[in-house]
Write a protein that binds this ligand. Structure first.
Ligand code: NAD
Ligand code: UDP
Length: 348
């Protein structure tokens, strides 16, 4: 059985589905601070059987001990965490407590229970403003400009030191680039509970007429059209990356780092025009100054994951946007005529 912390969240839910589709038994542990039980029900609907679910906090050592005592957990995918950059600046202690202390508590409980296989949701943000593109795992980690990024880097350090001190650990640090998209069924996707910080959820709300305009942060970057470039990766490809990492860790000990990205970057304007092309919906834009802490360019060298895990992202930008829009239309109905929009998506 595999424990997925944060499995009711955006990425964890897709990972849980793919693990279950492969035949694994999955236990989700989530405190539902940024998700809901509905997602667990939807996972059951998509897969055709229910995952286990424990409503608990990764910082709660007693709850974790009970989980490891009661369930035959062989490995953990640790997705539970807080991820809003702006909030992390306002509430750094909460971020360090959840993302760093929560990880420490989980690892302690795992070690005491004799469970030494761990896949961790890290982020490309740990590279900071990397001079070299594409970014390979050999690039030094940088200085993340906000407490969220710092907390991810600190959690990585915790896991590296831990594995260096005890050879029984098998740890996969997955550095996600920019996960977007949704489950192909339209049943699972990202559900922002606050004003979205990331490009795609914000764009979806503008396209859905829940917000007036997409603000483009910076049009004077040293990129071909002046807007920031990122490596967007389909959440279903990302989920598959976790499965491959888990298989690798069954055979290998130590700490292994993999970038999960496509290797191709798109600017903000390229994303917007691809979205408009795919959906036929116009997105009103406003150009604004650069967002503090943003970098101009960031895309992965995914060669290590390809070589060691046999993993490459299979879905392109248009597919990511199509799936994200299907999720938005089915779950946050607003603009009309929705049927026409959906039909145009289905016809591809
Ligand atoms: P999400 O907020 O949708 O999911 C996180 C889940 O963790 C939520 O269900 C939340 O309720 C749960 N959670 C938070 N604190 C918890 C705690 N103390 N105890 C138990 N559960 C807790 O976010 P996501 O996008 O699915 O991200 C998952 C992980 O991936 C996070 O660790 C995030 O930092 C990392 N990550 C995300 C992105 C991204 O763009 N989405 C990029 C890089 C890394
Ligand atoms: N971005 C934007 N408007 C928004 C949100 C993001 O122009 O409302 C830009 C941002 O400046 C960056 C890109 O979109 O160039 C991706 O931003 P996101 O926050 O999604 O990811 P990150 O910067 O963390 O990689």
């Amino acid at each position: 059985m595999i424990l997925v912390t944060g499995g009711a969240g955006y990425i964890g839910a897709h990972v849980a589905v793919e693990l279950m589709n492969r035949g694994d038994a999955v236990l989700i542990l989530d405190n539902l601070c940024n998700s809901s039980r509905t997602t667990v029900q939807r996972i059951a609907k998509v897969v055709g059987r229910e995952p286990g679910f424990i409503h608990a906090d990764v910082r709660n050592r007693r709850a974790l001990d009970n989980v490891f005592k009661e369930y035959p957990i062989e490995a953990v995918v640790h997705c539970a965490g807080l991820k809003a950059v702006g909030e992390s600046v306002r509430e750094p202690l909460r971020y360090f407590e959840t993302n760093v202390s929560g990880s420490v508590t989980l690892c302690q409980a795992m070690a005491d229970a004799g469970v030494f296989k761990l896949v961790f949701s890290s982020s490309a943000t740990v590279y900071g403003d990397c001079a070299q593109m594409p970014i390979a795992e050999t690039c030094p980690t940088g200085q993340p400009t906000n407490p969220y990024g710092q907390s991810k880097l600190m959690a990585e350090h915790v896991m590296r030191s831990m594995a260096a001190s005890d050879g029984r650990w098998s740890v996969g640090l997955l550095r996600y680039f920019n996960p977007i998209g949704a489950h192909f069924s339209g049943q699972l996707g990202e559900t922002p509970t606050q004003t979205p910080n990331n490009l795609l959820p914000y764009l979806l709300q503008v396209a859905n007429r829940e917000r007036d305009v997409l603000r483009i942060f910076g049009s004077d970057y040293p990129t071909p059209d002046g807007t920031g470039i990122r490596d967007y990766v389909h959440v279903m490809d990302l989920a598959e990356g976790h499965l491959r990492a888990m298989e690798f860790l069954r055979e290998q000990t130590g700490v292994h780092i993999w970038n999960l990205g496509t290797g191709r970057g798109y600017s903000v304007l390229e994303v917007v025009s691809a979205f408009e092309r795919v959906t036929g919906v116009t997105v009103p834009l406003a150009f604004e100054p650069r967002r503090p802490g943003d970098i101009a360019r960031c895309w992965a060298d995914p060669g290590k994951a390809a070589g060691q895990l046999g993993w490459t992202a299979r879905h392109g930008l248009e597919r990511m946007l199509q799936d994200a829009w299907r999720w938005q239309c089915l779950n946050f109905p607003r603009i009309e005529p929705r049927e026409v929009v959906l039909r145009s998506i289905e016809q591809g």
